[in-house]
Design a protein around this ligand. Structure first.
Ligand code: FEO
Length: 615
């Protein structure tokens, strides 16, 4: 029975998952399985992008037939001839003999190498296009991402990049198809990195060439041959590819890989890890005899500093460590600082041999001092490990890579404008301490549970109302309506209750049962609540509170933050004397000056510099 997933109105995933495969490419364990993706575009002409591995041939055939829904298949685009995407080609062409294969010359040569097929293909070159009706497909060559014949395809109509192996991941698709349907960074990023490092890690410059080519395109959807389709937050994956392909580490910290026969080398590695942690340096440790090399290679791509600790074996490096180092060198690891620990009961040579191997890699700085153990670590050698930890720590202080860059990369994937897409209401939050009444404007409240009815509010600590609630544990929320005039926001939002009476001059003195005042005008309801828990979040406290009373006052619609911006907040006036400055987007306060200090806080509404825009 077919099992397909719709991606757009005219694009259907017709691939399949394999959870029985033990070793992908015969080398890489895939405990979470793997997906072989194939996509059918249904336009005036129908186009299939790649076929699949033989293990899932039957499901794939059912999927394609079902997605075609009786239409003929016009084109098969072969972007990558590796057998995990082409093993079913023979069988597929038997079923669809009239399909026109679209590929490049290198692909055609590989078809002839892998099969006895005599193909009359439509050969394409860089930036050639194929019109299928509404869609125009543009072919972009991507040699060595991961094989020489690889090309990717850009659908100009829907801004879709069919990316071949690029942006793929290990792991089967468990019912979902889009990366934003899962917690990708938590559950899949490690496998994505392992896939990248091991499958295309060697070919960083070629990946960069592809990234440069596609950077000129407007891409809204990425469809790789393994793993999830990306339709949102594309920078999350693209920024990783930029970093990985440049062999820049993602994280400041030390990956320690050790090979230990009787635990003595492991002991030295553990002590080093402790000394590093004592200095606040993050560490990750792997026993190369038990952890698959593909995981350690992925970790080496992730961390900024690497330590290799190995016993000497048959006058060489211990076997599993030697295999790992060969693999790392083959994968072109670069731009790392390395430290070495060696062990050997009669002729410790592993350190020098490790040094020799890594000398083939670009921009690898190996710390001069190797810690050399004879059989077991001696107390007298502890200072050597401490010195190694110190040398690594010193390298961190001078390092240009690391945490800063990681934060930068994360920041690059966060657009503050996204926060303005959240829908908020606006509320007057009131409290009472003794005889003092006070209130402020907030936009951060939400119902948490229905039974009991419980809400949360987040209140800026600089607000006097915050201190009153923290002290008394009680508050009222007056839910403002669209008719609320700007003066209410001025009254409660732009002054501090510490030096003004927020209710001065008001004709009303309405209070709920808890004795706290509320705003009876331009308000459609009042909610009284009693705090049951509070959480400190730097600038704000989040109060969780049980609702104790409600008053519904009118049927007028509640005002939203967006409505306030569009209809209530006065529009900034052009300065008559063309003074340079910045305007608070919240309250329209004008700051005069050429530049706004990063830590500037609006004196009226207390919002930070991020809420200002140039006047
Ligand atoms: Fe998924 Fe390079 O093949």
């Amino acid at each position: 029975m077919e099992c397909t997933k719709r991606i757009t109105d005219d694009l259907i995933w017709v691939g399949a998952n394999d959870r029985r495969l033990a070793m992908f490419e015969g080398v890489y364990s895939v405990p979470e399985g793997v997906s072989y993706n194939s996509y059918l575009l249904t336009d005036d002409k129908t186009v299939l992008f790649d076929t699949v591995d033989k293990a899932v041939c039957k499901r794939f055939m059912e999927n394609v037939a079902s997605a075609l829904d009786g239409k003929p298949l016009d084109y098969l685009v072969i972007q990558h001839m590796e057998p995990d995407h082409s093993f079913t080609l023979d069988a597929f062409l038997t079923r669809y003999p009239d399909v026109k294969i679209v590929c490049n010359e290198k692909t055609l040569a590989l078809i002839k190498q892998f099969t006895e097929l005599d193909i009359d293909a439509l050969l394409v070159k860089e930036n050639d296009t194929l019109d299928t009706g509404r869609h125009t497909l543009q072919f972009i060559m991507a040699p060595m991402v991961h094989w020489p014949e690889v090309m990717v395809t850009y659908d100009q109509a829907d801004k879709t990049l069919f990316s071949a192996d690029a942006f793929g991941t290990f792991g089967a698709l468990n019912g979902s198809i889009f990366a934003d349907e899962v917690d990708f960074s938590k559950d899949y990023m490690d496998e994505t990195r392992r896939y990248y490092a091991n499958i295309v890690g060697k070919y960083g410059p070629q990946v960069q060439t592809l990234l440069n080519k596609v950077s000129a395109l407007s891409i809204e959807l990425i469809c790789p041959l393994h793993g999830f389709v990306w339709r949102s937050n594309l920078t999350a994956i693209i920024s990783k590819y930029v970093r990985w392909s440049d062999y820049q580490p993602e994280k400041s910290g030390v990956m320690i890989a050790y090979a230990s026969v009787y635990g003595n080398t492991e002991n030295a590695a553990e002590i080093l890890a402790c000394r590093l942690r004592d200095k606040g340096i993050k560490t990750a440790m792997f026993d190369v005899s038990v952890t698959p090399a593909s995981e350690i290679i992925a970790a080496a791509f992730r961390w900024s500093h690497l330590v290799f600790a190995s016993t000497t074996y048959n006058a060489g490096i211990f076997v599993s460590m030697e295999a790992l180092l060969n693999d790392l060198v083959a994968h072109n690891i670069q731009n790392r600082t390395v430290a070495i620990i060696e062990n050997g009961s009669w002729a410790p040579t592993s350190g020098g041999l490790i040094r020799e191997k890594l000398s083939k890699c670009k921009n690898i700085e190996i710390l001069e001092q190797t810690v050399s153990i004879k059989s077991g670590l001696k107390t007298t050698q502890l200072p050597e490990l401490a010195a190694m930890a110190e040398a690594i720590a010193v390298d961190f202080t001078g390092a240009t890579t690391g945490i800063g860059e990681e934060k930068e990369s994360e920041a690059a994937s966060i657009d503050p404008a996204a926060m303005f897409k959240l829908t908020y209401g606006l509320f007057v939050l009131t409290a009472k301490d003794g005889s003092k009444d006070n209130g402020c404007i907030i936009n951060t409240t939400t119902q948490i549970t229905a039974s009991p009815i419980r809400i949360s509010i987040a209140v800026n600590k600089s607000n006097y109302t915050h201190d009153m609630i923290a002290k008394t544990g009680a508050f009222n929320l007056s839910v403002l309506t669209e008719s609320a005039p700007f003066r209410i926001f001025e009254q409660f939002g732009f002054h501090s209750g510490r030096d003004t009476d927020k209710f001065a001059g008001q004709s009303y003195d309405d209070r709920t049962k808890n004795g706290i005042r509320y705003v009876p005008e331009h308000t459609n309801c009042v909610i009284s609540a009693k705090v049951c828990e509070s959480y400190d979040y730097d600038t704000h406290t989040v109060f969780i509170a049980d609702v104790t009373q409600t008053l519904v006052l009118s049927r007028e619609p509640s005002v939203t933050y967006q409505y306030y911006f569009d209809n209530i907040k006065p529009k900034p006036q052009q300065s008559k004397d063309s003074k340079k400055g910045f305007i608070c987007k919240i309250c329209a306060y004008f700051y005069e000056g050429d530049s706004l200090p990063e830590d500037f806080i609006c004196p009226l509404c207390k919002h930070g510099a991020q809420d200002f825009e140039p006047a």
